[in-house]
Design a protein around this ligand. Structure first.
Ligand code: GNR
Ligand code: NI
Length: 171
């Protein structure tokens, strides 16, 4: 297993659109294992392949309290979203130390392939629903700050660039 580097906003590679996985083979399983390790190490509740500069439709999620229930979504697709919306305070490993409210459908149904390449469907609410939508946005090249005002986004970009500079200075 290996830890992967997480891209930070406003890196343009975060806006690339991921391609579907043609076959869940050993190469994909290795990516999934490395993504899970990277997510747990961060720690985060989800990670999309886009965030580690792999532009294929792969998501790992673990919203369990003890971080011991990994869920793998390959080629995830939204099959239904509820008309009701819910606001949630979101964070992102690609936008460190910034949190803000985003409105999204409260409940979603997602179809995907599991780690064995077998199709399954889940209905999700709460954090799993938020996380699935957040990760599927990443695969489309969308970061949650794009739901915020232009003013907020500009401030976030400046803050992230400043932070990146400070981190380089510390090395
Ligand atoms: O770790 C994460 N927490 C989180 C909290 C609220 C809404 C979404 C998330 S996802 C985030 C990890 C991440 O950046 N995934 O892309
Ligand atoms: Ni994210």
């Amino acid at each position: 297993m290996a830890l992967l580097t997480v891209l930070c906003y406003p890196d343009p590679r975060l806006h690339k659109v991921a391609k579907p996985v043609a076959q869940v083979d050993a190469r994909i399983k290795k990516i999934v294992a490395d993504m899970a390790e990277t997510m747990y190490e961060a720690p985060g509740v989800g990670l999309a392949a886009t965030q580690v500069d792999i532009h294929e439709r792969i998501v790992v999620i673990d919203v369990s309290e003890n971080q011991n229930a990994l869920q793998v979504f390959i080629n995830p697709e939204l099959v239904w979203v509820s008309p009701e919306k819910k606001s949630w305070r979101e964070g992102c490993l690609s936008v460190p130390e910034y949190y803000d409210e985003v409105d999204r459908p409260a409940v979603v149904r997602v179809k995907a392939l599991d780690i064995h390449g077998k199709e399954f469907e889940v209905e999700a609410d709460g954090l799993l629903s938020v996380c699935l939508q957040h990760e599927m946005d990443h695969l489309q090249g969308k970061v949650f700050v794009e739901y915020l005002s232009m003013l907020k986004r500009t401030r976030i970009s400046l803050k992230m660039k400043k932070r990146a500079k400070e981190l380089v200075g510390q090395r």
